[in-house]
Design a protein around this ligand. Structure first.
Ligand SMILES: Cc1cc2nc3c(=O)[nH]c(=O)nc-3n(C[C@H](O)[C@H](O)[C@H](O)COP(=O)(O)OP(=O)(O)OC[C@H]3O[C@@H](n4cnc5c(N)ncnc54)[C@H](O)[C@@H]3O)c2cc1C
Length: 387
């Protein structure tokens, strides 16, 4: 449950009130002020308050006496300029305050952003709701093999059901234990009047990271964009990204010009290394640029290139060997340009050759097969050795 009927009444009452003000307001943001915007299964974000708008950025940049606004195109041009040149302080003139309901594991990532003011729901003072996050089936994915901070294929059928059942069962058991320690049922009535309830600050310690917490989170526009650039990015974990994307939509309502500049110069832009830039310059000048060959380990590289399949791995003599090959494979996420295969598989001498042939056939990769010198094979590596 996101909001109780009483909480919904409170929100409606607040939304029903309007106060005359000389301060700048933004009609598109006023429309959703206080309203919970759903995120994940039980979470939400609500905009509680804000200060400033696009014109306030322009006003601050020009240090003007009036509103500072000229023509819309000029204002957009100035905001673009500020964003492009990382002239950030005018964006700090705007502030926004959110009320967020989020799973504890998301809160742990979120709280790393230090440039905000936070006040969290106190589970020392109040009782946490019986609400925990269970991923939607389409987000229930297996551990990525190429990125240790990521997910890969979506689980299906019995495998997915097993995970969902386990998550629910553990969370329900944890909450039942919490209620028992507090010695209170959902209505606040003692479960066993003869027993004292444990202090709330202690009763909570067995709850899992999937339980929901809440906070008020206030930050300025510059730091909000920094947060969004990291957390609305595809590299961020899906769950925090879901919040960042909802906040990005509030940014579009609040400061549409800044939002457009942010997408153009930050979110959808790319930072290039000096070497990368030099290559682009040479390409633009019409040169053909040969990139230095990326030489990959035979096992990892070949697997990243799609050449090492699970059936091939199963042919390796032990679990330790399979683990080592998988581990190396996980460190090679890009297909290599060249493969150098050291053939040193004591138990499976043809394995290296067959890897090479398959990689070659699949990807037409230049491929060199070499016998492993004895020195390359330490005792530990004798089973599987390659580079
Ligand atoms: C995809 C991803 C993976 C991550 N993985 C991990 C992980 O494995 N382990 C982990 O611990 N964290 C991890 N983080 C968290 C990350 O390292 C940062 O702590 C987090 O993103 C907050 O960034 P920030 O410090 O820039 O933000 P903020 O705290 O909001 O700071 C904003 C900016 O203010 C400045 N600033 C703030 N405080 C200071 C200070 N004390 N000193 C100097 N400058 C300061 C910095 O310029 C900073 O960039 C990950 C983050 C992302 C997005």
């Amino acid at each position: 449950m996101r909001l109780t009927p009483e909480q919904q009444d409170e929100v409606a009452a607040q939304r029903g009130e309007a106060r005359p003000t000389r301060r700048a307001t933004v009609p598109a943001l006023e429309e959703i002020l206080y309203e919970p915007l759903p995120v994940l299964d039980h979470g939400f974000i609500r905009v509680i308050d804000y200060m400033g708008e696009d014109a306030a950025i322009v006003q601050a940049a020009r240090v003007s006496y009036g509103r500072g606004t000229r023509r819309v195109s000029e204002d957009q041009g100035l905001i673009n300029y500020l964003m492009r040149h990382r002239h950030t302080t005018p964006f700090e003139m705007c502030e926004i305050k959110y009320h967020v309901k989020l799973p504890i594991f998301v809160a742990r990532q979120w709280i790393r952003h230090r440039t905000a003011n936070v006040n969290e729901y106190s589970a020392r003072y109040s009782i946490l709701d019986n609400e925990f996050y269970v991923p939607a089936p389409e987000h229930l994915a297996a551990q990525a093999t190429t990125n240790r901070q990521g997910r890969e294929e979506v689980l299906e059928g019995a495998a997915a059901q097993r995970v969902l059942d386990l998550l629910r069962r553990d969370a329900e058991r944890a909450y039942a234990g919490y209620a028992e320690l507090l010695n209170e049922d959902a209505t606040g009535t003692p479960i066993d009047p003869a027993l004292p309830g444990l202090a709330r600050e202690l009763a909570r310690i067995n709850l899992t990271l999937g339980f929901y917490t809440q906070w008020y989170w206030k930050t300025d526009l510059h730091n909000l964009m920094h947060f969004l650039s990291l957390r609305a990015d595809p590299h961020a974990q899906y769950e925090i990204r879901a919040y960042a994307e909802a906040m990005l939509a509030t940014l579009a309502r609040w400061v549409p010009m800044t939002h457009a500049a942010f997408l153009e110069y930050r979110m959808n832009a790319a930072l290039m290394s000096a070497k990368g830039l030099a290559v682009v310059r040479r390409l633009l000048a019409g040169e053909t640029v040969m990139l230095p060959p990326r030489v990959a380990r035979a096992d990892g590289g070949a697997r990243a290139a799609g050449a090492v399949t699970e059936p091939m791995l199963r042919r390796l003599p032990s679990r330790r060997h399979r683990r080592r090959v998988r581990f190396r494979a996980s460190r090679e996420s890009r297909p290599p340009h060249h493969l150098i295969i050291l053939v040193g598989y004591r138990h499976e001498p043809n394995f290296g050759h067959s890897l090479g042939r398959q990689a070659q056939a699949l990807h037409r990769l230049p491929c060199v097969l070499r016998d492993a010198p004895k020195s390359a094979l330490s005792m530990r590596d004798r089973g599987v050795s390659s580079f």
